[in-house]
Design a protein around this ligand. Structure first.
Ligand code: GAR
Length: 213
C-alpha cells in the first residue's frame, strides 16, 4: 500500500479516477492529502467527498517557486506521502520538491511525449494534424514534461473530430493509464535505468485501444 499526496489545480477528473480505482479495490494506494493551488478548483470537492484531507496553498502567496515548493513539501511530509501525483497541476515544480522525492513524483500529460510538451497538448496535436494522439505518465524531473516515461496510451484522431471529442478521448486514456502506473509503483514493479522504465511482471488488462509500457 503506497501513501500518496495529489497536487491538483482544476477539474480533478484524474484524481477522481484514482479515487474510484482505490474504492474498487484495484489500486493499492491511500491518498493522504490533496493539495490545490487554486481555492476554486472543482477537484477539491472530489477529495472532500472521498474523505481525503485537502489543503489549499495558493502559489501567489510566495515570492519564489522554491518557497511555494517548500510549503508543498512540508504538507506532503506531514501527511506521510511517499509518492506525489501531479494530476492537472498547473505549476512547474523545482528541485526543492524533486530532490525530496527522487523518482517518487509522477505526472500525467495529455500528449505522447516527447511530442507536444506544455499547455494544451491536445489542441496542439490536433492543429498539427497528427493521426495518433494520447497521454503519457512519467516520472518528473527538473525539465518540463521530460522525465522517464512509465506508460503511454494512444488514440486515433481525425480531421473532422471536434476539439471536445479529442479532449475526451485522450482524457479517457489518462483515467486508465494513471491508476495503472500508480499500481505498478505500489507493487514495486518499476525499474528505472537512465530514461528507460521497465515494468516487471505480468501485464494488467487494459481496455484503451493501445497502451504500452
Ligand atoms: C489533464 O488532461 C492532464 O493531463 C492535464 O490537465 C488535465 C487535468 O484534468 N495536465 C497537463 O496538461 C499538465 N501538463 P483533471 O484536472 O480533470 O485531471
Amino acid at each position: 500500500m503506497v501513501a500518496a499526496g495529489v497536487l491538483i489545480s482544476g477539474a480533478g477528473t484524474n484524481l477522481q479516477a484514482i479515487i474510484d480505482q482505490i474504492a474498487a479495490g484495484r489500486l493499492a494506494c491511500t491518498l493522504r492529502v490533496v493539495i490545490s493551488n487554486r481555492a476554486g478548483a472543482p477537484g477539491i470537492a472530489r477529495a472532500v467527498r472521498a474523505g481525503v484531507p485537502v489543503r489549499v496553498i495558493d502559489h501567489r502567496a510566495f515570492a519564489r517557486r522554491e518557497d511555494f515548493d517548500r510549503a508543498l513539501l512540508d504538507v506532503l511530509r506531514e501527511a506521510g506521502a511517499e509518492l506525489v501525483l501531479l494530476a492537472g497541476f498547473d505549476r512547474l515544480i523545482t528541485r526543492t520538491l524533486i530532490d525530496a522525492f527522487p523518482l517518487r513524483i509522477m505526472n500525467i500529460h495529455p500528449g505522447l511525449l516527447p511530442a507536444f510538451k506544455g499547455l494544451d497538448a491536445q489542441g496542439a496535436a490536433q492543429s498539427y494534424g497528427v493521426k495518433i494522439a494520447g497521454a503519457t505518465v512519467h516520472f518528473v524531473d527538473e525539465q518540463t514534461d521530460h522525465g522517464p516515461i512509465i506508460l503511454q496510451g494512444a488514440v486515433p484522431i481525425g480531421p473532422d473530430d471536434t476539439e471536445a471529442e479529442v479532449h475526451d478521448r485522450i482524457l479517457a486514456v489518462e483515467h486508465e493509464i494513471y491508476p495503472a502506473a500508480i499500481q505498478f509503483f505500489a507493487e514495486g514493479r518499476l525499474e528505472v535505468e537512465d530514461r528507460r522504465v521497465r515494468v516487471r511482471g505480468p501485464r494488467p488488462a487494459v481496455t484503451a485501444s493501445l497502451v504500452s509500457w
